[in-house]
Ligand binder design. Structure first.
Ligand SMILES: NC(=O)c1ccc[n+]([C@@H]2O[C@H](COP(=O)([O-])OP(=O)(O)OC[C@H]3O[C@@H](n4cnc5c(N)ncnc54)[C@H](O)[C@@H]3O)[C@@H](O)[C@H]2O)c1
Length: 358
């Protein structure tokens, strides 16, 4: 990824769309203080961009933001354009280590984790630590401040491989997850993270909200991230056949990043302490082969092929289907996805061309 000295135009448009959707709520938070972990990652960086945009264009009194990031999977290039931002301070730090931070915080967002299966299988203990010990450090820090809200990033992977009767999957489905398989370092540590977070609410009244994102994609998801959408774009943009590393029959429901950020922010700024929300897109549950063909069509001059992954555990415990029940987020947060898969993929392609110079 190239170092970007200005916010990417396509990301700026996304940010403007998030702002438009949440104008009323965002209008009330000028002057607040934020702590964001994982701010160079795919999702965390959108929060930095949104707050930077609001400082520049919306707030009379700017927000101050501290971002903690150890760059284990995030890259400084993604947030290079914020280097001289007076109000956004990026500290290279591991949230698993004791935190010594001064100053007030109104909002804490814990978005640091290792979210790509290839990388969490490579760093299983670091993944568990970020999801549980890092979370506990931030919750404890939150207790010492008069916090307005705390957002914990869980995952739809807490549902594991749901039975057909539980698809679309509602928040009250308890999941079907292996506790010792190669994905367990992620799925089970997110489950324990949720338990920890709700009990900080129950025991200490900490205003925690939990979100379970369903396969978010879009600009900022690095081409070498190893999640399926960047993997397919990477093959196609490098003029290789798109390699499908499974039967291609499993399904996923992909959510464009500006929709997802709108849902996450709506949860954070809501009054629903101790609650958990699915955030995703329920309009299309698509099989992986059709996704590959769609991306092949958008990039052009490529075809698809079936291959075996070089990673032994690539398909172990891989869920067969993923589709969110969004009734709760629709009813309580007024959330609903607005960007179709095809238009989100086109926007993602524009960003890949811009950021990688294809
Ligand atoms: N993107 C999705 O589709 C998706 C889906 C479900 C859940 N989530 C969750 O949302 C959150 C953000 O996901 P993402 O896609 O942005 O992931 P990401 O891997 O792109 O970003 C995570 C960031 O956290 C940083 N990090 C990891 N461990 C750290 C530590 N110990 N200290 C400081 N920084 C650390 C990484 O360097 C990276 O920049 C994660 O908790 C993830 O599990 C994401």
């Amino acid at each position: 990824m190239k170092n970007m000295l200005k916010m990417s135009p396509i990301i700026r448009e996304d940010i403007e769309n998030v702002y438009e959707a949440l104008k009323d709520q965002l209008g009330k938070i000028g002057g607040s203080s934020w702590l964001i972990s994982g701010g160079a990652g795919f999702l965390g960086s959108y929060f930095l961009d949104l707050l930077s945009f609001c400082n520049e264009r919306v707030f009379d009194r700017p927000c101050r933001v501290i971002c903690l990031e150890n760059f284990i999977s995030g890259t400084p290039a993604r947030i290079q354009h914020l280097k001289d931002d007076k109000y956004i301070h990026v500290i290279k730090a591991d949230i698993v280590k004791p935190l010594q931070l001064t100053g007030p915080f109104d909002y804490i967002i814990h978005a640091a984790s290792i979210a790509s299966p290839t990388f969490y299988r490579k760093y299983p203990l670091e993944t568990i630590e970020a999801n549980v010990l890092g979370l506990k450090n931030l919750l404890d820090l939150g207790r010492t401040r008069s916090l307005k809200s705390f957002l914990y990033f869980s995952t739809s992977e807490v549902y594991g491989d749901p039975s057909p009767g539980n698809i679309p999957t509602p928040e009250h489905y308890n999941g079907n997850v292996s506790c010792i398989g190669p994905r367990a370092c992620y799925d089970e540590s997110k489950r324990l993270g949720e338990t920890l977070a709700v009990n900080y609410y129950r025991q200490y009244g900490l205003p925690v909200k939990i979100v379970r994102p369903f396969n978010v994609y879009g600009p900022g998801l690095k081409l070498d991230d190893k999640r399926v959408i960047p993997d397919f774009f990477s093959d196609a943009l490098m003029r290789k056949k798109i390699a499908i590393l499974s039967s291609g029959r499993d399904t996923r429901s992909f959510c464009y990043v500006s929709d997802a950020i709108t849902g996450f922010m709506a949860a954070l700024l809501s009054q629903y302490d101790g609650e958990v929300f699915n955030v995703g897109n329920d309009e299309l549950e698509i099989d992986i082969k059709s996704l590959a063909l769609l991306i092949a069509g958008l990039v052009g001059e490529t075809a698809v092929e079936f291959k075996r992954s070089t990673e032994a555990d690539y398909l172990t415990d891989n869920p067969r289907r993923r589709c969110p029940d969004l009734s709760k987020a629709r009813a309580l947060l007024n959330y609903g996805p607005a960007v179709s898969l095809e238009s989100g993929l086109k926007r993602t392609l524009t960003w890949y061309k811009e950021a990688y110079g294809f």
